[in-house]
Design a protein around this ligand. Structure first.
Ligand code: TYM
Length: 373
């Protein structure tokens, strides 16, 4: 999607995003209360990412749940492009994927696009990408996926099944469609042009490997949707089911505007950050506060413009009464930004400590999670 203020593509997210407009432009459906109620019934509780509207759109999510109710194997597919350390934004779809895996006892296929990051990035060597791939895998395992039901794979090491599917996908996608969907140009290298077929391939991998029907749901942020448009168009031509999708908004960076992005490390919380580093970033975060304490007391702050509030609201404060009170106290001028920053810093610190402990433990069980072809 592109207009004068914002850009949302798989490689670039910038500007003020109007998510209702994005729903219209991408042709996805809003996630309705009916679907959330149904999901909640399967899961046993309503996840904070649903309660606070982070997951906001879908493609045929209702049909996917119906397939499960009719006895079709529930399967999930998500992924990561290993171009650096994992940050909190990447974790949003993965935390939600775990919720879905638990709710539907689903198999999970997890792709690492080590080829993508080499083809699209001028500066990264294959050795650096291989190192990030191993690091990212530890973060993925630390999320808590079920080892017996999770298959992690990388495009460069598991190319045999993926390439077999990708050539079939690629044969049905013209250069003109790829250009219109992904914005390729004459200066794009030919690897970039083929790559969408590699990201589409896992949509069909469960059926390819297991030879039986399964309905695949893709949880991810909305930037990845262009791939699913291609894979859904191609699916019937290859005799596969179309994938369903469930899409999140972006968690912002800690600066003024824009999603959390590894390209702006001072405004991103990496899962490898020390508590001291993360605390410093939170303390420097952009808030909706007034320039002086006097003005804050007189005029109050603006939670809607505040990234500290956005983090508490979207992910870190589960308690509805507590977030409502934060919002009220900020607007009325009773609460100063330092109080919210301290609160968030504490929550982030607790989260990082727990994650890093699980990450250490993950080192011993990596092999249990890797795809065996
Ligand atoms: P990557 O590594 O850029 O992102 C990994 C996942 O994180 C999501 N994401 C975010 N979500 C919320 N807030 C943010 N600030 C934020 N930044 C990134 C992305 O949407 C993605 O879900 N090409 C892909 C890798 C991939 C993939 C997939 C992703 C391969 N197959 C299937 C999702 C589903 C990539 O580079 O993602």
């Amino acid at each position: 999607m592109q207009n004068s203020e914002s850009v949302v593509t798989p490689w670039e997210v910038r500007g003020e995003i109007d998510y209702d407009e994005l729903i219209r432009q991408f042709g996805v459906e809003p996630l309705t209360e009916d679907l959330i109620v149904k999901l909640e019934r399967h899961a046993g509780f309503r996840h904070i990412l649903l309660r606070r509207g982070m997951f906001f759109a879908h493609r045929e999510f209702g049909d996917w749940m119906k397939s499960y109710e009719n006895g079709v194997k529930a399967t999930l597919y998500t992924g990561r492009g290993p171009s650096g350390n994992t940050h909190l934004g990447h974790l949003i779809p993965w935390i939600f994927t775990k919720y879905l895996q638990d709710a539907f006892d689903a198999d999970l296929y997890f792709q690492l696009t080590d080829d993508e990051k080499y083809l699209f990035n001028q500066d990264l060597t294959t050795e650096e990408i291989a190192k990030y791939t191993q690091e990212n895998i530890l973060d993925i395992i630390a999320v808590g996926f079920k080892p017996k039901k999770t298959k992690i794979f990388t495009n460069l090491t598991n190319s045999r099944p993926l390439y077999n599917i990708a050539v079939k996908v690629a044969k049905h996608v013209t250069f003109s469609t790829a250009k219109a969907t992904f914005g390729f140009s004459d200066s794009s290298n030919i690897g970039m042009i083929f790559f969408p077929a590699m990201q589409a391939a896992p949509c069909f991998l469960p059926q390819y490997l297991e030879g039986k029907d399964s309905h695949v749901l893709i949880p991810c942020a909305i930037d990845q949707d262009p791939y699913w448009r291609i894979s859904r168009d191609v699916a019937p031509k290859l005799g596969y089911r179309k994938t369903a999708g469930i899409f999140s908004k972006f968690i912002p960076g800690l600066g003024a505007g824009g999603k959390m992005s590894a390209s702006m490390p001072e405004t991103a919380i990496f899962l490898s950050d020390t508590v001291e580093q993360a605390t410093k970033k939170v303390k420097n975060a952009f808030t909706g506060g007034q320039p002086t304490i006097k003005e804050q007391k007189e005029k109050g702050g603006d939670p809607d413009a505040c990234v500290v509030y956005a983090y508490l609201f979207s992910l870190f404060d589960e308690d509805d009464a507590s977030v409502a009170e934060t919002c009220r106290a900020c607007k009325s001028g009773e609460r100063m930004c330092g109080t919210c920053k301290n609160r968030l810093a504490e929550k982030v610190a607790a989260f990082l400590e727990e994650h890093q402990e699980k990450r250490e433990k993950a080192k011993d069980i990596v092999e249990d999670f890797m795809l065996k072809e």
